[in-house]
Design a protein around this ligand. Structure first.
Ligand SMILES: [Zn+2]
Length: 112
């Protein structure tokens, strides 16, 4: 989590947005947050941790797809339309809420 003592507003380059799988058109003017680094966080800009998770609800439809050995991409698509939030999306929610940074989640989740 971003250190609350040195948290500051930032905007990201089109390159970083693109590398992060975000549409630069949409997020060019978006206010992201980062920690500048201070005594409280030992200069890291981070203090404390938060969890990100994804949970696959084994509905009958998903269960059948697994039994039928359907491709992972197909199962993921079905799970998503059934309301599943993927790990990356959950992490992005925390970035948009100013809880953590885009660069940090790029280290710990895959960009889809
Ligand atoms: Zn700090």
């Amino acid at each position: 989590m971003i250190c609350s003592n040195c948290k500051k507003q930032v905007q990201h380059s089109e390159q970083l947005l693109t590398e992060s799988g975000l549409n630069p058109e949409k997020y060019r003017d978006f206010i992201f947050y980062e920690g500048e680094g201070c005594l409280d966080c030992n200069g890291t800009g981070f203090r404390g941790r938060t969890a990100i998770q994804e949970l696959l609800d084994l509905s009958d439809r998903i269960r059948e797809m697994i039994i039928d050995r359907k491709p992972t991409s197909e199962i993921k698509r079905a799970a998503h339309s059934g309301g599943m939030t993927f790990l990356r999306e959950h992490a992005l929610d925390k970035v948009f809420a100013g809880i953590t940074t885009l660069k940090e989640i790029n280290k710990v989740t895959f960009i889809e």
